[in-house]
Write a protein that binds this ligand. Sequence first.
Ligand code: ZN
Length: 303
Amino acid sequence: MRYKGFVIFTLFLFNIITIKPKAIDEKDSLYIDNCKRDLLVLMMAYSDEIRDIEVSEDNYIYLVLNNNKKIIYDDKKEKNKNAKILDADIQDTLEDIYPLDSINSVLEGMDPGRGRSYTFLNSIYGGNQNEIEKNLDFFSTYCGNIMFNKKAKAGEALKNALNEAKELADKDNRVNNYIFPISGSYNYRVIQDTGRLSPHAYGIAIDLNRNDSDYWKWVDKSKGSKRIEEYPKELVKVFENNGFIWGGKWEHFDILHFEYRPEIILKSKFFGDTSKSNNKKWYEGAPLNDEIENIINIINSKL
Ligand SMILES: [Zn+2]
């Protein structure tokens, strides 16, 4: 009996010593791989704004902008779902993979992109109303002149999306009813019932034609789902292909709302399936060209 007890005790010790550290290592390397993917899509999407990354001595990762501002990537605070919306850092905003497939009902349990890092938005698009307005411009589209932020090619992307939407509408007149009249673009305001600035305040969001079932606070999920089901899938695709996420793909749906978040779209495109497989290079899924390889080298040299 004594011998048996000794064997069990030894096996117990063995488990503690060998298995536990391995589990931690695996978690760390998955975390680091995911950081690298996030940094790659950020440096691609904001190539005119982000010039480098830095890792501090206490292991915090920072984006370094051309104006030498440094923005923390992951504040490493424990956050529940709500805090990831209210107090998001960049890592939080890229955590849920935004689904690029078409949907026919309200998404359950996730709001990919609904959380925003205000430090990031302030640094890229302007830190107050005055700064933001200096970065705005009118973009001429078939829906008229629309005021949008010109930083990070947001306005150009809007123009391209609306041009492609027009081609769709020419083929299918029904699409026009979902676009016209446009409900709003730049508007320096907070999100209803919150103290947080709306992405409309940065000039990076547009609301297309409004329907009474468009917002999660106005109607229940079944009405939202009905509206999502009939919403033209191709219209959503056109915006997504130009770097916009659709508020229709949030559990807290906002169906008329499209928001320029090119890093989120790139992450889904390149790495949407990566989490399902192992033994790959962290950047597998991204197309390789000189620009991207250069970014990969920078990231590999820092992390
Ligand atoms: Zn909106």
